[in-house]
Design a protein around this ligand. Structure first.
Ligand SMILES: [Ca+2]
Ligand SMILES: [Ca+2]
Length: 343
């Protein structure tokens, strides 16, 4: 009987444990897997994907690399050649990374032709900046570029005579293999070093935003005098290019040499600027409403004015269609550009 009672109690205890276990575990499916298993495993998967993505993104975005100036003229394959080399002042000395050696396009060749030095970078690059250490420069100059030296050279920009012998300036981002510097036939053009620097995103070239409009630009120009040669015609005086010029033959001291700009219509004037290549005599600036009418003198200028900066004439209060520059003959003198601003 005692034995039967112990057995019954044992069965009862086993039954009790089984019931409480069933209640706690919530029941099983037929295969014996817990019914809540898929849910947590599904949450783990998506949480794993976003963890890898954000770590990848910051790597590609703002990697703050130090800005590196890439001086393309440092390269082994860079070459230089010039149409004029005075004595031992060879073109290659303008890119030899030595500030004491130089190329010179002057000397005996001073009156021969346009002086040109061409840099071959050895391959095509996107260029953003140029710096030049001049030994001497007399005139404004032009920069051209191309990737095909046998093809057409394209205009990059015209540059004035620099205020200092060292200049560095940004250019519009330009893809090219060859860069050419060119200056007119007279004066010095000699360079210690040229550096051509690869474009970087932080280089922000800005156009000259002069709001004044040059009303003389590409307007008709006439003269009473023979020109020095075919490349020095009157059209050069208003072509907007400060490296091209009008140059008359000097003639005799009794001659009068003039050049007249026809603005195409009458304007109220503000100022007139003349960039001389040389100015060996006094001169007159006068204005008129008609080509052959009576001109009014508004400026009497003296010889030997600056050829590095434009000669500025205040024309406020004047109105005219024709503007004339007049001087005596017998001396040399030529003009890069005449610029006129309306009031
Ligand atoms: Ca040098
Ligand atoms: Ca010109």
């Amino acid at each position: 009987m005692k034995k039967f009672m112990r057995k019954t109690i044992a069965v009862f205890i086993v039954l009790l444990i089984s019931i409480s276990c069933f209640a706690a575990c919530g029941g099983n499916d037929t295969e014996g897997n817990a019914t809540n298993k898929p849910a947590p495993s599904a949450t783990v998967k998506p949480s794993a994907t976003p963890t890898t993505e954000p770590t990848a993104t910051p790597e590609s975005t703002p990697t703050p690399e130090p800005v590196k100036v890439n001086d393309l003229t440092d390269g082994e394959n860079v070459k230089a050649e010039a149409n004029i080399e005075q004595d031992d002042y060879l073109a290659e000395l303008a890119i030899d990374n030595d500030d004491t050696t130089r190329w010179s396009g002057a000397g005996d060749a001073i009156d021969s032709e346009w002086k040109e030095i061409t840099i071959d970078l050895g391959a095509e690059y996107k260029i953003g900046e140029i710096s030049i250490f001049w030994e001497s420069i007399s005139n404004p100059y032009k920069i051209y570029y191309t990737s095909d030296k046998t093809g057409e050279w394209k205009d990059l920009m015209s540059r004035p005579v620099p205020a200092d012998l060292y200049e560095e300036f940004l250019i519009p981002a330009t893809t090219a293999r060859y860069i050419k510097l060119s200056s007119s036939d007279t004066g010095f053009f000699s360079i210690y070093e040229i550096e051509i620097i690869e474009h970087r995103e932080d280089m922000k070239y800005e156009e000259d935003t002069d709001e004044n409009v040059n009303i003389a630009l590409n307007k008709t120009v006439t003269t009473n005098t023979r020109i020095e040669n075919d490349t020095l015609g009157t059209e050069n005086a208003t072509d907007g290019d400060i490296s091209t010029r009008w140059a008359p033959m000097p003639g005799k001291p009794d001659d009068t040499i003039f050049i007249t700009v026809d603005l195409g219509q009458k304007y109220n004037l503000s100022s007139i600027e003349i960039l001389f290549e040389s100015c060996q005599s006094d001169f007159i600036i006068e204005v008129c409403d008609t080509a052959e009418g009576e001109y009014k003198v508004i400026e009497e200028g003296l010889a030997l004015v600056s050829t590095a900066e434009p000669y500025v004439i205040d024309a406020e209060g004047e109105s005219a269609q024709f503007i004339r520059y007049r001087r005596q003959g017998g001396v040399w003198g030529s003009i890069f550009e005449i610029v006129v601003y309306a009031a």
